[in-house]
Write a protein that binds this ligand. Structure first.
Ligand SMILES: [Zn+2]
Length: 405
């Protein structure tokens, strides 16, 4: 059991975050048991962290482990970035010692950034995916992890056979689904241009029969849209995924920028989840996320770093970008914070498990120190959202276990 005397930022909704100065948060066996105002008569043995802010651990719902080392290797658009930077780098993960070091560095950096839950794409190799699971398991990290699938229009050193891609995914699913309270497998077709209709159909059918998670990319860049149209004809990009069973309440679609109203309706009707990656979208000049249209449709949206096209694993950086990358709509700090904490947990159907500091939930939390010793006051949340990437994460706790001091 641990009890911390500290200052809590606790998200309640996309409009409301509670600031709880000088409170005590206690957890036992990994579960938060109480959050209450400090009382000297009751809290004699608590640890003193009054100089810190305690936040729920951050949640990154779209990140590529295999691209961690190519951040900043610039190309001015999605398709050249993939062909000239991403694909050669992902091929290096066929060397397992490379994949192991990369995964160790990646998870270590996530913990240093205060991320306690992530939804992860690995390179298109079984062993690299197994290594990612092994390291996440050893650290006690909470994650959905998937082997990226590409069985056509791909370089030969990444190209998988349709049957091999499918069967390996099933093996990985069987190995990890329901086996750990913190980890699960997520089927990971990279995007429609590099996945055959057969593969998408197999994945869609299996995932819907087992309520398995799926992640892919959607409507990021105009050249990508043209490519999809060349391959699939006049159907919309979203209709392609719908046709093969890849939409649904366990599907996470990243980017979702260039969409018609009909496509937004398809996503909303299927209750698909959206990973919004504002940093990446402007790095690759993909376009501006249609935030107000997607919110009006009732879609569940959460933030993704999209490292390596995103430049940072720091989720406060992406919360800041969520505001900056809307040219007209001012995204308030409460909403940006929600989208990397409780809102993200809800998008992953983990709202009763993590994402806020509430008794009964897992103790997934971090201690943050501001670089300027700013006071704990009504602006604490806003500061964290607008320059939180400068804050020091002094401790990261997942399921009650300190994983970084
Ligand atoms: Zn991505």
């Amino acid at each position: 059991m641990r009890s911390l005397r500290t200052n809590l930022l606790n998200p309640i909704s996309s409009q409301k975050t509670d600031l709880l100065p000088d409170h005590v948060i206690t957890w036992d066996n990994g579960i938060i048991t109480s959050v209450e105002p400090y009382n000297p008569a009751l809290h004699r043995d608590c640890e003193d962290h009054r100089n810190a802010i305690c936040s729920p651990g951050f949640i990154d719902i779209h990140v590529h482990l295999s691209q961690f080392r190519i951040r900043g290797n610039y190309r001015p658009a999605l398709l050249p970035w993939l062909q000239e930077v991403v694909f050669p780098e992902e091929a290096r993960s066929s060397d397992f010692s490379y994949a192991r070091q990369l995964a160790q560095d990646f998870f270590s950096a996530l913990l240093k950034a205060g991320t306690t839950t992530a939804v992860i794409y690995t390179a298109p190799f079984r062993k690299a995916t197994e290594i990612a699971f092994e390291i996440a398991h050893r650290l006690g990290f909470r994650a959905l992890i998937g082997m990226t699938l590409m069985d056509r229009n791909s370089p030969s050193d990444l190209l998988q056979s349709t049957a091999g891609a499918y069967e390996t995914s099933l093996d990985l699913f069987d190995t990890w689904h329901g086996k750990s309270p913190l980890l699960d497998y997520i089927f990971t077709p990279r995007f429609a241009p590099t996945c055959s209709p057969e593969l998408m159909r197999l994945i869609g059918d299996f995932a819907s029969s087992r309520s398995a998670w799926i992640q892919t990319h959607l409507a990021e860049n105009p050249d990508e849209l043209r490519w999809v149209r060349e391959i699939f004809g006049l159907e919309s990009y979203t209709a392609v995924y719908e046709k093969f069973g890849l939409l649904g309440p366990h599907s996470i679609l990243a980017h979702a920028i260039h969409l018609s109203d009909d496509e937004i309706r398809l996503m909303a009707d299927s209750d698909s989840r959206i990973a919004h990656c504002p940093d990446s979208n402007f790095y690759l000049k993909s376009g501006e996320f249609p935030l107000s249209r997607l919110k009006a449709a009732g879609l569940k949206i959460a933030l993704g770093s999209d490292v390596g096209a995103g430049s940072s694993l720091s989720m406060p950086h992406h919360a800041q970008m969520m505001n900056y990358r809307q040219s007209l709509e001012p995204v308030l700090p409460e909403e940006a914070f929600y989208n990397m904490t409780l809102g993200a947990a809800r998008a992953l159907d983990l709202g009763s498990v993590t994402g806020s500091l509430q008794p009964g939930k897992s103790a997934d939390l971090i201690l943050l120190k501001s670089p300027d010793h700013s006071p704990i006051d009504e602006h604490s949340l806003s500061r964290l959202v607008f320059y939180g990437s400068e804050y020091t994460v002094s401790e990261t706790v997942i399921a009650g276990k300190s994983v970084k001091n």
